[in-house]
Design a protein around this ligand. Structure first.
Ligand code: SAM
Ligand code: DTB
Ligand code: SF4
Length: 336
């Protein structure tokens, strides 16, 4: 039986979750799972959804073999040709995203690791520029060393995104050019530099429920919890190793979001890639049981995402708060 308890207790914030109890939560009757997640969500967060925009600064040509990714040299996906972007044009995109209401700007480089040099110096300038716009800045660019992490921290980087994707056990079925431990080492460097960690995963890779519980076990036993936890569902892209994967049932996404919320009460749980395959109603249930951020803007990195106006309308309908400080299509949404 679930108690209706809105008092925060030390029992809610734990770093010793074990896989069996996580699996039990994931498999709870949906109605109970959603209720429990909602109680935790209401206790620890206001009902605000953060809008984050994504931009691909360097697209394609990555030497890792992540089998879901169109940007890997091992995939035969047809990518829009997109040269390495200059600082000024990236900052222009950040300004546009801000004008649309985004509060966070996430920049991606399809690299196995960061190398020192002019591209890294430009990255630092981009981070400084995004922060100057008053936005949070997030970077995802593969592995890095301590010195690079320190420089990113000094530039004002809010968070570094580096996903674990799946369980340690299933990892080798998806990626073989790096290890789970490589990922954990990078995350440690990011944290040691004082940068927030953005770390989550993907469902729909062919993993079992046990693998999902195992991924959540790793994430929820980090102390502190990752500040940001993106939950993606696979976008099966033509030309990738996983192009023929079967789409997940939306209930799976709801269960994953709700469980992440219960395990990591204060983290931003981001309803990430795959929203185009979710109905409005499924997304609403995700917000209800704990998702408090979305990627906002018609493009993710190489695939599409719902239009800004559609998302603003959805969030207004749901009644959650979000940044209404945007200058485009202002009349398209009723401002509260
Ligand atoms: N190279 C960097 C890295 O691996 O961290 C950055 C970019 S990578 C595209 C960022 C994350 O997006 C991946 O770790 C993965 O979790 C997610 N992702 C990539 N392709 C995806 C897809 N087709 N469907 C769902 N999520 C995806
Ligand atoms: C994350 O977890 N998801 C975003 C962001 N972090 C970098 C990326 C999603 C990519 C979806 C596939 C694509 O557009 O290529
Ligand atoms: Fe490279 Fe990141 Fe894509 Fe993997 S997910 S192939 S590391 S860009």
């Amino acid at each position: 039986m679930i108690e209706l308890d809105l008092v925060k207790t030390s029992k809610d914030l734990r770093f010793n979750w074990c896989r069996e109890e996580i699996l039990e939560i994931l498999n709870m009757p949906l109605i109970d799972l959603m209720w429990k997640a909602q109680i935790i969500h209401r206790k620890y967060n206001d009902y605000k959804v953060q809008l984050s925009s994504l931009f691909s600064v360097k697209t394609g040509g990555c030497t890792e073999n992540c089998s879901y990714c169109s940007q890997s040299i091992y995939s035969s996906s047809q990518l829009k040709s997109n040269p390495l972007q200059e600082v000024a044009s990236v900052l222009e995109r950040a300004q546009l995203a801000k004008d649309e209401g985004a509060e966070r700007f996430c920049m991606g480089w399809a690299w196995r690791e960061i190398r020192d040099g002019s591209a890294f110096n430009s990255m630092l300038e981009m981070v400084r520029g995004v922060r100057k716009l008053g936005m949070e800045a997030c970077v995802t660019a593969g592995m890095l060393n301590d010195n690079q992490a320190a420089k990113l921290a000094e530039a004002g980087l809010t968070a570094y995104n580096h996903n674990l994707d799946t369980s340690p056990e299933f990892y080798r079925n998806i990626i073989t050019t790096r290890t789970y431990q490589d990922r954990l080492d990078t995350l440690k460097r990011v944290r040691n530099a004082g940068i927030n960690i953005c770390c989550g995963g993907i469902i729909g890779l062919g993993e079992s429920k046990k693998d999902r519980a195992s991924l959540l076990e790793v994430l929820s036993n980090m102390n502190p919890h990752p500040e940001s936890v993106p939950i993606n569902s696979l976008v099966a892209i033509e030309g990738t190793g996983l192009e023929d994967s079967k789409a997940i049932d939306s209930i799976e996404m709801i269960r994953m979001i709700a469980t992440a919320r219960i395990l990591m009460p204060k983290s931003k749980v981001r309803l990430s890639a795959g929203r185009e395959n979710l109905t409005k109603e499924a997304q609403i249930l995700c917000f209800q049981c704990g998702a408090n951020s979305i990627f906002y803007g018609d493009e993710l990195l190489t695939t599409s995402n719902p239009a800004c106006e559609t998302d603003r309308r959805l969030l207004s309908e749901v009644g959650v708060s979000f940044n209404k400080n945007f200058s485009f299509n202002k009349n398209a949404v009723s401002s509260k």
